[in-house]
Design a protein around this ligand. Sequence first.
Ligand code: SAM
Length: 320
Amino acid sequence: MAQPEQDKLKDQVRDFWNEQSCDTQVAKASKFSHDYFEEIERFRYFDQPFIHSFAQFSRYHGKRVVEVGFGAGTDFIGWLRAGARASGIDLTQEALDSLRQRIAVYRLPEPETIQVGDAENLPFDSNQFDLGYSFGVLHHTPNTEKAVAELIRVVRPGGEIKMMLYNRHSIYAVNLWIKHALLRGQPWKSLRGVLWHNMESVGTKGYTRSELERLLSSLPLEQIQIHTEITAADYLSASAFPPLNLFFRTCLRLAGSRFGWHPSHYVERVNAPGKRARAANARGDSRRAKGVLMTGNRWGFFHCISARKAERPSLEPAPI
Ligand SMILES: C[S@@+](CC[C@H](N)C(=O)[O-])C[C@H]1O[C@@H](n2cnc3c(N)ncnc32)[C@H](O)[C@@H]1O
């Protein structure tokens, strides 16, 4: 996409989120009151309880964390409560106002810096942060690859990256396709097109595991893990249209859930880090050889991605 088109799309994304930050639609109390923020937080961690185990807020006490696209700030105040030295940006003034009010209402410690900014051009020096975190944001920006590269740039070598990106090959995306393509007599529409036009702001993308594997393994990252979570949206899709229930539920059940670790991984990591990659190579298991560990349920809507920034980024260009 040419730059002027990208700029136009980003304006549309900004306009959409400036109207209303994420999750705030659930709150009935008056805007920016204590009860308003309580309702948002209660809903978010009821709806997506796995965020706690993904973010692991309390591990970052005293560490420098940057959150890209903090929205209404529900996760961001988790960093402050945990005693992290947190910085953040969001594309919208609405999100910044919400977060400022939230910090004041809960009398939380001041963040290092929070501001309006663009994920594709982060206003931070390179190699600053212990953790770069972005939840449900980078698939909305026109140049997602650039935004991912920016998140990695600002993290120090050896630091961590955690981001959530949508899964195009998920029950929820298929259900959107049924609703916006099949039932409207337009079965030729693609999953990609349906997400682009019907999932939150215009231009939203979803990534398959293979696409992510290609993207992430071309970047200076190590210990990459893609844990795909089934969300409430997937489960609700599976009960929205009775004739499809059996199909959706069978898919979810057959895909099962792959654990995040196995005893053999644990032994290999702790006792002989090199062995794991060699063993994977010997089996011709390219995913594990490159260090991309796929866990969770492949049909879930949220790819929760975690990785470590390489201590010494390879100078060799990665194969695409
Ligand atoms: C679905 S909300 C997620 C917000 C928050 N991370 C959460 O999980 O509640 C998407 C957010 O991404 C922000 N966003 C979209 N494109 C962005 C960009 N290029 N730079 C910074 N923020 C962006 C929007 O303003 C919006 O607040």
